[in-house]
Ligand binder design. Structure first.
Ligand code: GDP
Ligand code: GDP
Length: 436
């Protein structure tokens, strides 16, 4: 089910990123946990009471040297295009400025729900300042303080009120939903066209999907698929769509709604840093992943070249050791027929449940083969394992002391489980829990 999206808009320095960070907390992901990268984060999950939603900090979408006004317009447009609810943020210490009025004008025309947040209201005495903001025309202004974390509850209550009714996805469970991600020009739209070109496209808009999501259903050999749109495919040509952060954000949105993610690499240019980062998002989201090496027509293709490229992929994408690799050409359509069978297999493995009895036999065999480690004289004991979830397959292992479950031993168990059950294409999670 699709999560609602909240975007924060406002002129620079009103406190957008401060509030964004407060809302999403410090869930820094492994992919982004490198210096200089964390700041890139403009799209993340947040929680309020029982609701999980996604937040966009539109202030993070910068357009090179464009003038401030152009930047603000583009940021407001992102909010309008991507969000279900917009938090329009102003600064209670400055009163209404011309720039605030510019943003207000754009939001007003959009007909999207807007909640007005007056930030930097750090103490109760300052609450008087909020009344002038009624004149912006967005109803009640909510006083907040990013620095002190005040007022956020009321603001979020107001925002959540506007979340669309959760309709269940109209697509039945057997449908495989997948998306294509990758740097600009790796060939995402070409591959979509080539996949759809050879299949029968059912041209119907699906009731219940949001207006901004273009999902394309198709059927092949009696299997139903849906390709989930990412920015690269549409090329609407708006300035901000070419920015890196925007394209990452679109990829994250698409990944979230997919079962299987095709992570594209350009064989012509070879593997680049950004490829790893983008593929890392799919892995972290717990989706099935297939690595697609596109433009294989540009490589002098023989067995040896393929093996070399494969080794290169494996050494660069160690965290995706479970992902199959498809070499193909979207342009000539060579080998594109190899793709959907891989998508089907990965999707089935992603949703697979194994029997507890068989799982425990595998674990016991693993224990016999490689006894559990000891840390500071205390030995890890494993009592029992059970699969608690699918998409991705998640296993809880009951132990005497979870801290004794070292990463390398967990990895060993994962490998044994994979050897026994397959699970090609999908990440699996292992959680050590103390037996109570
Ligand atoms: P953005 O450009 O809108 O993303 O704004 P930032 O989040 O970067 O904040 C701009 C400045 O305002 C920073 O120096 C923040 O520390 C400060 N700031 C943010 N929220 C508050 C607040 O509630 N009260 C006060 N006094 N300062 C704040
Ligand atoms: P996107 O930005 O990821 O959607 O990439 P496009 O599908 O727009 O492709 C970018 C460029 O690469 C276009 O000029 C395509 O014609 C070209 N291209 C895409 N796939 C292939 C391929 O398999 N082989 C070759 N030689 N070129 C390709």
């Amino acid at each position: 089910m699709r999560k609602s999206v909240v975007a924060i808009v406002g002129r620079p320095n009103v406190g957008k990123s401060t509030i964004f960070n407060r809302l999403v907390g410090d869930r820094i992901s492994i992919v982004e946990d490198t210096p200089g990268v964390t700041r890139d984060r403009i799209y993340a999950e947040a929680e309020w009471l029982t609701t999980t939603f996604n937040v966009i900090d539109t202030g993070g979408i910068e357009l090179g040297d464009e003038p401030l006004l152009v930047q603000m317009r583009a940021q407001a447009q992102v909010a309008i295009d991507e969000a279900d609810v917009i938090i329009f943020m102003v600064n209670g210490r400055d009163g209404i400025t011309g720039a605030d009025e510019e943003v207000a004008k754009i939001l007003f025309k959009s007909n999207k729900p807007v909640v007005l947040a007056v930030n930097k209201v750090d103490n109760p005495e300052m609450r008087e300042t909020i009344y002038e903001f009624y004149s912006l025309g967005f109803g009640e202004p909510y006083p907040i303080s990013g620095t002190h974390g005040l007022g956020l509850g009321d603001l979020l209550d107001a925002a959540v009120e506007y979340f669309p009714e959760k309709t269940t996805e109209p697509i039945d469970d057997d449908t495989i939903r997948f998306s294509l991600i990758g740097r600009p020009n790796v060939g995402k739209s070409s591959l979509v066209n080539s996949l759809l070109g050879q299949e029968r496209v059912i041209v119907s808009s699906i009731a219940g999907t949001t207006r901004d999501a273009i999902d394309t259903p198709f059927t092949k050999d009696d299997r139903d698929f849906v390709i989930i749109d990412t920015a690269g495919m549409r090329k609407r040509g708006k300035v901000y769509e070419s920015t890196e952060r925007y394209s990452i954000m679109r990829a994250l949105k698409a990944i979230e709604r997919s079962d299987v993610v095709l992570s594209l690499i350009d064989a012509e240019t070879g593997i680049q840093e950004q490829d790893k980062k983008i593929a890392g998002y799919a892995h972290e989201a717990g989706k099935a992943v297939i690595i697609v090496v596109n433009k294989w027509d540009t490589v002098d293709s023989n067995e040896k070249a393929m093996k070399e490229f494969e080794d290169d992929v494996r050494s660069n994408f160690r965290f995706l050791d479970y992902a199959p690799i498809a070499f193909l050409s979207a342009k000539t359509k060579k080998r594109t027929h190899t793709l959907l069978p891989k998508v089907i297999e990965a999707s089935e493995n992603h949703a697979r449940r194994v029997q507890s009895s068989v799982l425990n036999e595998v674990i016991m065999d693993a224990l016999a083969m490689n006894p559990t480690p000891s840390i500071k004289g205390q030995k890890l004991k494993i009592f029992y394992a059970t699969q608690v979830a699918v998409k991705p397959p998640t296993f809880v292992v009951f132990v005497n002391e979870p801290e004794l479950m070292h990463f390398t031993y967990e990895r060993f168990l994962e490998n044994r489980i994979r050897e026994a059950f397959g699970f090609e294409g999908t990440p699996i999670k292992i959680i050590a829990r103390k037996r109570s």
